[in-house]
Design a protein around this ligand. Structure first.
Ligand SMILES: [Zn+2]
Length: 297
């Protein structure tokens, strides 16, 4: 499943390859891909045809491209996309053969490369939505917390909010209302860097632990971004079909029984919310059972 750095890689690809181009034709190959466009497929096609995609933005794992009318004025709407579990936005030459799971195709008036939405499992989707107010964020996305890769991320507000929560620190990292876009992989990697077990109660973290944790989140996201995303899921590729290479650099995630890169102790796997958590038993000792129990009450 694409996590935040992968989606940011896709955003940068869209900014480079798609922004400023005018849609000539939209083909929806599978209605499920536009199910979030409530007015239906034909309306989706009409809302985009002849419009210019002016930029590419991201909030959490959502992407949006604001639309301009044929006369160049902003339309107050945007093409909004979510990649779901397996979605890809690919920029392809028109001569490239159709992908097996091609769901939608956008051609442009310059007759250059097409934008294709490919999604095997079709949990992702596209819609045209209204942009709200002055900040020009789609209304439906306004509640999603800004993430640490966003220039406007507020470190002090995040630190204060984290320490006010009465929860376990890994749950807090995955809480999209607190911090955007941190999934299971990057949460585990950031916790390892900060030497914190994911079950540590947030309201007992010191200021310096919170600062280390946030540094860990930013470093791991920044490094993943520099590598083009994690992409050990073979379904994920960026807009040009290139896989990322960050998975080679994971310290703990998916590394059960391999040596901790810091101390050599075998990495442990624990179950967590129907998934797995990976950590080093020595660098990241579990909180004492008594304090963990009192937090749960
Ligand atoms: Zn260790």
């Amino acid at each position: 499943m694409p996590e935040l750095p992968e989606v940011e890689v896709v955003r940068r690809g869209l900014e480079q390859w798609v922004a400023g181009r005018t849609v000539a034709e939209v083909q929806v190959r599978h209605p499920r891909a536009v199910r979030r466009h409530l007015e239906g497929t034909e309306h989706f096609v009409q809302a985009l045809t002849g419009r210019t995609l002016t930029a590419a933005h991201r909030r959490g794992k959502y992407l949006w491209l604001p639309l301009a009318e044929p006369d160049g004025t902003p339309s107050g709407r945007a093409l909004v996309g979510h990649l779901g579990m397996s979605g890809q936005l690919l920029v392809e030459k028109p001569s490239a053969p159709d992908e097996t799971h091609l769901r939608a195709r956008f051609t442009f008036t310059d007759r250059g490369r097409e934008l294709r939405f490919v999604d095997q499992r079709t949990f992702g989707g596209l819609a045209v939505e209204d942009l709200g107010g002055d900040d020009a964020v789609p209304t439906r996305l306004a509640h999603i917390a800004i993430d640490p890769l966003d220039e406007s991320f507020d470190v002090d507000a995040f630190s204060a909010a984290l320490r006010r929560r009465r929860t376990e620190v890994k749950r807090a990292l995955l809480d999209q209302t607190l911090i955007g876009g941190v999934g299971n992989i990057y949460a585990d990697e950031a916790l390892w860097r900060a030497r914190l077990h994911g079950a540590r109660p947030t309201d007992r973290l010191t200021r310096s632990q919170v600062a280390d944790l946030l540094d860990g989140v930013r470093d791991v996201l920044g490094e993943a971004l520099a590598q083009g995303g994690t992409s050990f899921d073979s379904l994920y590729v960026d807009v040009n079909g290139q896989s990322g290479y960050f998975s080679r650099f994971l310290a703990v995630y998916g590394q059960a029984d391999r040596p901790c890169p810091r101390c050599g102790t075998p990495i442990r796997r624990e179950s967590f919310m129907n998934r797995s958590s990976y950590s080093c038993p020595v660098c990241q000792p579990r909180p004492r059972a008594s304090s963990a129990r009192s937090r749960r009450s």
